[in-house]
Write a protein that binds this ligand. Sequence first.
Ligand code: TXA
Ligand code: MG
Length: 328
Amino acid sequence: MHTLILKGEDALKTGAGLIAAGEVVAFPTETVYGLGADAFNGEAVKKIFAAKGRPSDNPLIVHVADAESVKALVDGIPFGARLVMDKFMPGPLTVIMKKSDKVPESVTAGLDTVGIRMPSHPVARAFIKACGTPIAAPSANRSTHISPTSAEHVFEDMDGRIPLIIDGGDCEVGIESTIIDMSTDVPTILRPGAITAEMFAGVLGAVKTFSGKVVVAKAPGMKYKHYAPSCDTAVALTVESAKKAYDEAERNGLSPVIVASSGFCNKLDGRTHIDVGASDADICRNIYAALHRAEKIAGFIICEHFGDKGVCGSVMNRVMKSAGGKTV
Ligand code: TXA
Ligand code: MG
């Protein structure tokens, strides 16, 4: 299959035509690129799993362009969910609610809940509107690889596997949406993101943060390997330990690279590095692009520990998985 990359009106028209024909299309959102199909077409949705190599027990998020479209997808909207949606949608948030009968099993992997997301990215919104149907979409990477934040990243993973990539430039947020489960009595954050637990506190009374310690993973995707670059990766707790690990890797014949914030990079005495910027928002926006570049130029990636507070905590949730939990 030939994979086209298109921009603008042309891309939207071609994309909507492919979705209507039961095909899959990659499209930009403010978080990461998604790989979409008509959420009401179970057969089309199966093509997403095939293109990604994704296990079929890992459910997909359903993307809508407006609040009206949510009604057909869920079995009522709980009061708390309504508050959260009013405050944070459109934006980098996915809300889990009880599903309606209309949502095919292939979307929710047999669960009785569905994840709903209303992206703020203008191209995502225009695309969903042009399709005239909700769009089921995971991130547009091959299963286990780093999520894509540009059309080029999608092409590297999906060339020959999907018919179209809609190019909307680089993603602004840079990591996947926060997932909050509103189908239970106490809302629970299943995946941290740019919308943090502190931000929910102003809207909801109590929010549980997922500890990762339950036996049955609540977001089924969490049990799988995730965000893995093609080479070994480790997280450095200090500048000194990053330099030490770098020098050791070099002695072992690996070409190492350090992915870090600007202040950290300034202290590396000429060692090869990728600077992800100074602010929390910069780090979040640039982290996946940095990991994509790092795996191309290096045999070993050392990534700074950016801290546990706010959005950096969400970034570290991903980076720790990239590193398989390894620290230096
Ligand atoms: O920002 C995002 O959320 C991106 C863009 C494309 O919207 N999408 C994304 O999808 O990250 P994906 O499939 O890569 O991650 C979705 C996660 C998976 O871990 C999945 O298990 C979980 O959401 N999930 C989906 N539906 C769920 C449900 N009903 N209950 C619990 N977890 C669910
Ligand atoms: Mg993903």
